[in-house]
Design a protein around this ligand. Sequence first.
Ligand SMILES: Nc1ncnc2c1ncn2[C@@H]1O[C@H](COP(=O)(O)OP(=O)(O)OP(=O)(O)O)[C@@H](O)[C@H]1O
Length: 659
Amino acid sequence: MCSFFLSSGAKVGNDWWLKKWTDFNGAADPNVTLKSFDNTAYIYTNDGQGTELIANTMPFTSLIFNPFATGKSDLTVSATSTLDEDFRNETFYYLGIYAAFGASVVLANNLQSLTTLVGALFASRRLHTKLLNAVMYSPLRFFETTPIGRILNRFSKDIENIDSAVMDSVHYFINQIIQAATIITVIGSVAPVFLLATPFIAISYIIVAKRYLETSRELKRFESTTRSPTYAQFSETLAGVCTIRAYGQEERFADMNKIKVDGNHKPFFYVWAANRWLCLRTDLISAIVVLCAGLAVVFTGIPAGWAALCISYSLDFTNALLWTVRMHAEMEMNMNSVERVEEYSGIEQEPPAIIESNRPDPSWPSQGAIQVKDVSIRYAPELPDVLKNVSFAIRPHEKVAVVGRTGAGKSTLSLAFFRILPISSGSIHIDGVDINQIGLFDLRSRLTIIPQDPVLFTGTLRSNLDPLEQNDDQTLWEALKRVHFLESMQQQATAENDEKLITIEDSTVASSVVATDVGSGITLDYTVTENGGNFSQGQRQLLCLARSLIQRNKVIFLDEATASVDNETDAKIQGTIRKEFADSTIICIAHRLRTVIDYDKILVLDKGQVLEFGSPLDLIEKSNVGAFRSMCEETGEFEELVEIARIASANGKFKANNY
Ligand SMILES: Nc1ncnc2c1ncn2[C@@H]1O[C@H](COP(=O)(O)OP(=O)(O)OP(=O)(O)O)[C@@H](O)[C@H]1O
């Protein structure tokens, strides 16, 4: 009679568990052996003539044994419920391990994501700051030789890549490598003969990956370099849209844009073609891996479960391999952005902003005496000198006009004072301080320039006049009034709408221009659009002049500051300059000789050299060969200019020119 007790759900799971069972059965009937292999239990009897398998379980299933069906009804096999207890304990034990694995995977994943994100943010911020500083403090030459599109590309696409893509690709690349290595290890440990195939797999991988990486890296670089001209062309087109329309060239510019966009998209298309190429190769390698795994399984004769594991892992290998190569390429391509941003951190920099050991007195320059000695300047080391051994001296509070033909070097001279261009030889002293020996911040913050092209920033009147918010509203309004900006706005508003009566209030509270209609009123919060686009060129120059009035520096450069205003406004502004800057040294670059004929001195430049330097009257009365004299003659108002110069000389400077 056979008795077999096994409660339902009991499973044969591992050797240890089964060993106990076997012992138990062995004790019950020495002719019965119970073996376990690969999660399957086998019951054998030995009738003295040989061993016979009489029952077996399915893998991971309960032992179902019907002794009558086997014809071994005299067989006694017994098992007790202690097996269930063991099984239950072990199940919980392994479930616990499994849960712990799950929890650690979740934790590790989160930790990894956190580290990646924080690391990426930190790295990206550092790189961005480095790039910004490098560009901000680069010399003028850098901007002249570097297309704006290229700089924009660094700050937009490259920084975006570093922000979001670089760390992701590094992260996935490492994951994929671990996955591929794990697969090889698992298959290798189950069927070690498989390891014989790994050199072949490694070599194939290296060949395919190398080819793909080289191609895709070049394609990506090509894509990046073709993007900059696209940006440049686009921004140029936007800036010159009026001219383009005026000449009816819209279509040509649109075509140019299409060509550039096409050029930029071509490499993108080829990147995907290369991707397909890669897929084919990795599929091939993976097929060989599956074949090798299959052969290894067959020839080592490992149990079915392990064999299945090997094969299913080898199938996963295709994906792991493909993504390892892809992520490797992606990582390298994204690293191009890091390389490109890093490249800019090595660009030439301007001298230091502050030299602690040599800071000028806070009141410097208090007089405005200037000594220029043998100054030569060039725009680049490979270019010829633009200013050649220029020497002159200006006494405190003197008003000096710099005149000369186009290209004579007038604007370059003002750049030399601000050290926008480095002085290649000679020196400039202001109130006895060699400007080459002090920091750029100290130098530039003590001088004022009103450039040929007035620069305004998007914001408000207030933010443009007083960006550091160091002055009260009253001062700002005063400055606007003195440069006749308010008048100009009033005229404009009146012209726009006669019914909107604009008045200039002189109230001490704000001295604001208030319109009866709020819509046309001007306040210090009046919007200034990009580049001051909502003001005329002349109004922009007036605003720059107002800004310099507020600064009240002792040395002022006017680079054709009133070139874009009408004669009447020019006369008013000149009056303001004479009054407001009476105590300052003024160096004024001018084309309208009438504007500067009553200045203290005239400096005539020609081809970067000083031709004449002296009082206007002295120069104008020079014999016929005088350069200034012939310039005055060319104006067609020679007599008038001579008259003004004479009155100015007789009555004291800055009084004759009443227009
Ligand atoms: N960015 C530059 N790079 C190279 N050379 C330049 C650059 N700017 C000006 N130059 C050269 O320097 C010389 C002097 O130019 P600058 O602008 O100082 O003349 P300018 O007298 O102010 O002329 P304008 O009256 O037309 O403003 C010119 O011959 C010009 O070719």
